[in-house]
Design a protein around this ligand. Structure first.
Ligand SMILES: Cc1cc2nc3c(=O)[nH]c(=O)nc-3n(C[C@H](O)[C@H](O)[C@H](O)COP(=O)(O)OP(=O)(O)OC[C@H]3O[C@@H](n4cnc5c(N)ncnc54)[C@H](O)[C@@H]3O)c2cc1C
Length: 257
């Protein structure tokens, strides 16, 4: 075990791409990003409508499903998770939804210091380049493009009008003070292409000499000595590798893994 990095990020998905990019902004940090899946060059992961082709593609997904559900006539329900650089963010539906402010505040109230809405809002703003909404809730200069849904449609308009008729207000911004209401989606799409965190954050960062990326590299173990994570073990092309970590291991392998 000779190789060592300051930070090892496990999982090159939505979160991992951001961690690797932000940590390597400091040229004194050496950062390694390990991703179990491939780096896809398929256009289907870039074209928004390609989602219909990629979401169940076994070459870039973990292929998970629930146990057969007795209350669903024994059916097993597919549970897609991306297994490629970009992670589930490279196969998802690109809708930008931050979460309800009082959910964050409730987490903070339950002793999760730093997770209140006022705590996380500066980070949301920092990451966001909103092309339409110019309010204190939104950022305009970050790397992640958030755009308005490009088309209106008579059926969508009728649906929204029906919502209003039943007492659900038309909400000008469900990522603002309150999610309640009906509105077209805000989407992470730039120039007609998927603007996931791979494109928005990692793409540029990969040019830095202090950031290394290994794909098709499945982490099998975090080596703990006492109370410290000191190394990470991964398997690539049938061979096991062990890499020392000087500072921290960032575990961003997704909620399921
Ligand atoms: C069909 C679908 C549609 C969705 N639509 C939306 C939407 O419109 N808007 C929205 O906000 N959210 C949406 N989501 C949810 C969103 O995509 C996920 O919440 C988000 O991508 C999770 O990010 P993550 O970083 O936690 O995990 P992931 O993006 O899944 O990243 C985890 C990464 O870790 C890798 N990994 C796992 N295990 C290992 C290992 N042992 N070694 C190395 N690497 C490993 C995986 O291959 C993966 O690349 C959708 C999800 C799905 C499935």
């Amino acid at each position: 075990m000779t190789e060592a990095f300051d930070f090892i990020v496990i999982g090159g998905g939505t979160a991992g791409c951001v961690f690797a990019a932000r940590l390597s902004e400091n040229p004194h940090h050496s950062v390694l990003l390990l991703e179990a899946g491939p780096r896809s060059s398929s256009l289907w992961t870039k074209i928004p409508a390609g989602y219909f082709k990629t979401v169940f593609d076994p070459k870039i997904g973990w292929g998970y499903a629930t146990e057969p559900e007795p209350n669903l006539a024994g059916r097993a329900i597919p549970w897609p998770r991306g297994k490629l650089l970009g992670g589930t963010g490279a196969i998802n539906e690109m809708v930008y939804v931050r979460g309800q402010p009082n959910d964050f505040d409730e987490w903070a109230r339950q002793a999760n210091t730093g997770w209140g809405y006022d705590d996380v809002l500066p980070y949301c703003r920092k990451s966001e380049r909103n092309t339409v909404l110019n309010t204190p809730s939104h950022g305009a200069t970050g790397p992640l493009t958030v755009a308005a849904y490009p088309d209106t449609h008579p059926l969508c308009e009728a649906f929204l009008a029906a919502a209003v008729k039943t007492g659900i207000p038309r909400n000008p911004d469900y990522n603002g003070a309150d999610q309640f209401g009906a509105r077209y989606y805000q989407i992470t799409v730039k120039n007609g292409l998927r603007a996931d965190t791979l494109a928005a954050f990692l793409g540029q960062a990969l040019q830095r000499s202090n950031l290394s990326l290994r794909c098709a590299a499945t982490v099998t173990r975090i080596v703990i000595e006492g109370t410290r994570a000191v190394a990470v073990q991964y398997r690539q092309n049938g061979r096991d590798h062990r890499i020392k970590v000087n500072a921290e291991v960032v575990f961003a392998a997704g909620a399921v893994n």
